[in-house]
Design a protein around this ligand. Sequence first.
Ligand SMILES: Cc1cc2nc3c(=O)[nH]c(=O)nc-3n(C[C@H](O)[C@H](O)[C@H](O)COP(=O)(O)O)c2cc1C
Ligand code: SF4
Ligand code: SF4
Length: 248
Amino acid sequence: MLFYFTGTGNSLYAAKALADKGEAVIDMAESRNNGNFSFRVPKGEAVGFVFPVYFYSVPDVVADFCKKLRLAGESYVYAVITCGAGIGGSGGLLKEMLAKRCIKLRNVFPVVMPDNALLFYSIADAEKNRQTLLVSDKKLLRIKEQIDARKKGEIKGAAIGRIGRHVYHLCTRTSKFYADNSCVGCGLCAKNCPDNAIEMKDSKPRWVKDRCTKCTACINRCPSKAIQYGKATVKRNRYVNPVFRGSR
Ligand SMILES: Cc1cc2nc3c(=O)[nH]c(=O)nc-3n(C[C@H](O)[C@H](O)[C@H](O)COP(=O)(O)O)c2cc1C
Ligand code: SF4
Ligand code: SF4
């Protein structure tokens, strides 16, 4: 059983690479929004959490989901955390969050994938991202072997994760988002937002919540590159993992 959260597709791509045939791959954002927090693990199956690191810590969607999660029948639980450079204290903090639900996290595997954080800095071009994905494919194969062997590992860094979440929450306001004149009114940004923070009005998106998870799905996945975050993103590249063709 695999639980994933993604903004731009990397973590879904990783989850699909790790899933066995017939294994359930469950969207944590969708489950959280539907109030679905109870799961029974098929006998002998591993349980994976696959999601991106945000500010060296755990994204809000994942934190919200884990706070209410009820698992039955789990034996081996691991996390695969995707990142642009490093996962900081996200694994340690996840371990702490799951322990509060009586779930024991046994190992955490980081995977470097293309960085999608264009709200904060420039991101790589398409060719560089293609190369990064080729390297991550090999890493995912090695991780899969370790999961299949039920390998346990030391998990540290909860304190860094807590500091990271504090900094993260200083950056979750939506007020800098807007759509420019190249918006064609397709509504994908509203459909793809895990927080339902965007509504369409007069064929234009409006950010209707003060804060959001900051997954970057809206800005990176807009087919017209019409969404901006202040002025800085006008000239920056966008990133979407090949796993996404169209909407979520
Ligand atoms: C709000 C935000 C914060 C991020 N913080 C980090 C970070 O602390 N370290 C890092 O290496 N990558 C960071 N990233 C990059 C993502 O973790 C990385 O690109 C991830 O693979 C994206 O996964 P996704 O495509 O499944 O959304 C951040 C991205 C966002 C949007
Ligand atoms: S995804 Fe882009 S083009 Fe479509 S409605 Fe949103 S801003 Fe407009
Ligand atoms: S508003 Fe955009 S960045 Fe914020 S959660 Fe929704 S899709 Fe992600």
